[in-house]
Structures are given as C-alpha cells and as structure tokens.
Write a protein that binds this ligand. Structure first.
Ligand SMILES: O=C(O)CCC(=O)C(=O)O
Length: 298
C-alpha cells in the first residue's frame, strides 16, 4: 500500500460526541495497523484555551526577564518564546514542566470523547490514565537533544499490554517541523527486548534510557511513514507500536500533547497491581527480566 493510501486507511472522522464514535472500518484499521489519525478530534474551545493559557505563562516570564515580545519573530500564541529560548534556555525547560499542569491540558485529556475512544480501542469498560505519562512536548527549532528514537511505549509506562497513547498536535505538524513517524503493524510484534541504559532515567533524558535490540532488522521488515496532522487532530496508537520523533527544522516550536491510557481489566495490569513505569520510579527489569537484552549498563 502506498504511504498516501495507508494514511487514508488510518484516518477516521466522525461524531466525536457520540458514545461509540469509531465505526467498524476505523476499528478494523486500528486492529491491523495499531494506529489511527482522528480528524478534528479536540474541541476548538479547549485548543484555544490551551493557547491562551500557554501565552499567559510565556508573557509572565517575558515580563520577568524584561523582554519585549514585539521583538519576537514568531507571530502565534507563543509569541516571545524565541526570545526566551535565546535569553534563558533552562527557564524554558521549567516552562515545559509547567505547561502540563494547565487546566486546558486536563480538559483535553479527560474529555468524554477521549474516554469513549479509549473504551472502544481497548474494548474495555474501565480505561485508566497514567498521570506521569502525560505531557506537553515543546520541540524547539534545531534542538535535537530530546527527540525520541524508535521505541514502544510499553517498557516506559508498563501498566497494561492493552494500552493506547493519545498524541495530539497543538500546532499543525508536517515534515518541516517534525510530525511523528510510525511503523504501522509493528504492534503485532508484542513487547520487544531492550538494552537498558538508564533504567530509572537518572540522567533525565528518557530517550536515552532503553534501546530496542535488533532494531535495524525489525525496521527493514516494516514500512514506516511520517504522519502530518493538523492542530486538534489526534493520533492514537497501541503501546507496542514502533514510532519516533522527527527533527524540527522550522522556525517555530512544535507543541504537542501526549497522554497514556491503559485497561484496568487487563490481566497483566491486574497481576502487576496497575504499576506504571520509570516515571513512577519502577524498574522495568523487575517486571520483565525476559525482555532485557544484552549486558545492562544502568
Ligand atoms: O512527539 C514526538 O516527537 C515523540 C513523542 C513520542 O514518541 C512519545 O510521546 O512517545
């Protein structure tokens, strides 16, 4: 299947207010490919609320640093963020930690439409959310340090092997600013063995903690494709689906929201007492010694 045909197959629209918004075609595509692109998923009001709230945070820090946003080269809700990046990069790191606490973020990730989709995708009546797996990424132009290499979500978040990530762009994403790259169908491989580099993320870069063993050979057997999306669309994908970041080569920050959901009724989740992963201080090796490949260094 061509990339365009595959994207078309993964794209789902619909009445997001309905109790069961996903139709049979979308559910079949998810079962086969492990991912879906939900068009116009987020409510416009919540998206706007996020932009207003983020603009407020940025404005407060600009004022504190006595920076004049009129000098900004960005003409968007995050006007002035470029000035903050130049003036005080560590401070922008603290804004990164703060934005996930905004009310609009909770509104977006706990909207009834999200729970409806999660109930359908996981075929469960009791989905849960993994609080430490919620975040708002700010990927800045030409800054590659925090880009995520190919990975599955499962070893980072554990909890349930029936689990879904919601990845929601807060600005349009494309090949220029780095939309997500997915390997559809790889969820069927199950949890892949990993080399453990920093089991508890003590070095504070989650992207350098685990490394999939034999990755090149796995990728050689699968199609991978970039998935451009508009602000307010949502990508939903299975916890075993291989995916990775792409660099931001545009002139503005790429803002995206991530939240992770799991099935409370899943046998693995029950056996493990719904325990989360490294963000909850849990060492993956304790729960999955069979998935640890090669000599461990961390
Ligand atoms: O947004 C990105 O660049 C990567 C995000 C990702 O891989 C994840 O949230 O698991």
């Amino acid at each position: 299947m061509s990339g365009a045909a595959l994207i078309e197959r993964l794209t789902a629209g619909g009445d997001w207010q309905a109790a069961r918004p996903l139709g049979d075609r979308a559910l079949a595509a998810y079962a086969e490919h492990g991912c879906l692109l939900l068009k116009d998923f987020a409510s416009a009001a919540l998206l706007q609320a996020f932009r207003d709230e983020a603009a407020t945070l940025i404005g407060l820090v600009l004022d504190e640093l006595r920076l004049d946003r009129a000098a900004s080269r960005v003409d968007r809700f995050d006007r002035g963020l470029d000035l903050l990046l130049e003036a005080d990069r560590p401070r922008v790191g603290r804004i990164y930690t703060a934005v996930r606490k905004l009310p609009s973020v909770y509104g977006l990730i706990t909207a009834p439409r999200v729970w409806a989709v999660m109930r359908q995708l996981m075929a469960t009546r009791l989905p849960g959310i993994y609080p430490n797996g919620t975040g708002v990424r700010m990927d800045h132009p030409a800054e590659d340090t925090y880009l995520s290499p190919w990975h599955q979500e499962y070893p980072y978040n554990l909890t349930s092997d029936n689990a879904v990530t919601l990845w929601l762009p807060l600005v349009d994403v494309d090949e220029a600013n780095g939309c997500l790259r997915l390997a559809p169908g790889t969820q069927r491989l199950g949890a892949l063995p990993v080399r453990v580099r920093d089991a508890l993320n003590e070095r504070r870069n989650a992207n350098e903690t685990l490394e999939i063993d034999g990755l090149e050979a796995i990728l050689a057997r699968h199609t991978t494709l970039p998935v451009p999306a508009a602000a307010g669309d949502a990508l939903v994908f299975h916890t075993f689906l291989l995916h990775r970041s792409q660099p931001n080569r545009s002139r503005a920050t790429r803002w995206t929201l991530q939240a992770r959901y799991f099935d409370f009724l899943n046998p693995t989740a029950i056996r493990h007492d719904w325990v989360g992963g490294m963000n909850e201080g849990v060492d993956f090796r304790r729960y999955h010694p069979e998935l640890v490949a090669g000599p461990a260094d961390g």
